[in-house]
Design a protein around this ligand. Structure first.
Ligand code: COA
Length: 374
């Protein structure tokens, strides 16, 4: 008999600190003015361009973001620093990313009614890991006391959905009965707070889900995963050149191209139709149409993208209830956005209701899971 894989619980860890658009823009503008004053003669001679000012109104209208959570606020708004201050931890201390992964994982375990000894595998899947090895997932496995195995995955914006795909396949194949998939998106160290185009985009968060064989489910708020669908197509429009090769390049390892940068307009234009078509095809493979979905837990990069995608498929605007937005308070949290939307907006669905989790972004990558409330 075919194995039914169930999403039986999710967890969300939210940092204590947040930064509003106004705070962020005030700091950027003070930095830009200082930069322009200090480089007035080069700017006058046309050798460099003056830094234009940012605007909180623009940020909210262009993206839907009003505020973002941050792991460590100190340092980010200091115009002489413009990056968080996060002290390095010793090898025998829990790493920052493992720490927030554990906090989200414990909430997911509780929601699923599972103990650590019932989990067989840990997947840590996110946009960046803070070191190459040992895997953050193995550190989390040790911290939680889980027997079995763990590994890290990097798939940028689609890390959470692609991580769930791997968990789903492991349970289908019988190599694991229950899998923790965790997304510790500690992205603020990679944000270029000196760049007007992208300084406002990201926030930090950690999310986690428990996936398990239906035979062991005891959560009364659980979803059957009906199927998964993945798509990738290479694009340079969202890129970070940070990596282990930096040391050999003899260039500035913290130059702008080593941080998150993108061609936002192009991304918007390329990804919206790809994501809409992807969702349509995924639904069609189950003889479903967009109107059959009760909930859309979409990737959270830009409110206008989500509006466009759901409108293209439904022929009308999706309501806030149908396609919840968490961007206003969380901003873009790399791969975790659709899981945050799921975590905060899934308890009211009725048995038999369909929903879709879908990520889209860097790679390009698109990942979806079609689920049905049990
Ligand atoms: N404050 C004020 N004005 C700004 C600004 C800021 N912070 N940043 C850009 N602008 C200006 C631009 O200079 C431009 O001015 P111009 O028309 O005089 O040239 C104008 O606003 C529009 O800029 P543009 O970059 O075209 O904005 P946009 O409407 O495309 O919005 C994004 C920018 C990034 C919010 C949007 O493109 C986006 O979200 N794209 C999708 C990105 C995505 O999903 N990425 C995945 C990341 S994981």
């Amino acid at each position: 008999m075919a194995v039914q894989v169930v999403l039986s619980g999710s967890g969300l860890w939210t940092p204590d600190f947040s930064i509003s658009n106004e705070e962020l823009v005030d700091s950027y503008n003070a930095y830009a003015k200082k930069h322009n004053e200090e480089h007035a003669s080069e700017i006058e001679r046309g050798e460099i361009q003056a830094k234009p000012l940012s605007s909180a109104d623009f940020v909210e209208k262009a993206s839907g973001i009003k505020s973002r959570y941050i792991y460590q606020k100190e340092g980010v708004l200091d115009i002489n620093r413009m990056r968080p201050i996060i002290p390095e931890r010793a090898d025998d201390e829990l790493s920052q990313q493992a720490e927030i992964a554990v906090l989200a994982a414990n909430k997911a375990l509780k929601a699923a009614g599972k103990k650590a000894d019932q989990i067989d595998a840990v997947i840590v899947s996110c946009a960046y890991t803070q070191r190459s090895y040992p895997a953050i997932a193995i550190e989390v496995q040790e911290a939680l006391g889980i027997e079995g195995f763990g590994f890290d995955m990097l798939v940028a914006c689609s890390a959470a959905t692609f991580g769930m795909h791997r968990g789903y396949e492991m349970i289908k194949a019988g190599t694991a009965n229950a899998v923790l998939v965790i997304n510790p998106e500690l992205v603020s160290p990679q944000v270029n707070y000196k760049d007007r185009d992208s300084h406002f985009i990201f926030g930090d968060v950690a999310t986690a889900v428990v996936l398990e064989n239906e035979e062991t489910v005891n959560s009364d708020n659980a979803y059957n995963i009906l199927s998964t669908k993945a798509f990738t197509k290479f694009s340079n429009n969202i890129r970070s050149n940070h990596g282990y090769m930096n040391r050999a390049h003899d260039n500035d390892p913290y130059a702008a191209d080593k941080l998150f940068h993108q061609e936002g307009r192009k991304v918007f234009k390329d990804v919206c139709p790809l994501a809409a078509e992807h969702i349509k095809e995924h639904l069609l493979s189950h003889d479903l149409t967009p109107n059959d979905l009760t909930r859309w837990w979409l990737h959270q990069a830009n409110i206008n993208m989500n509006t466009l995608i759901s409108k293209r498929l439904l022929g009308r605007d999706a309501s806030k209830k149908e396609a919840p937005i968490v961007l206003d308070t969380y901003a873009n949290t790399a791969s975790a956005g659709s899981v945050i939307a799921f975590n905060l907006n899934n308890k009211d669905l009725q048995s038999g209701d369909y929903g879709i989790l879908c990520s889209f972004g860097a790679g390009y990558s698109i990942g979806s899971l079609l689920v049905q409330k049990r």
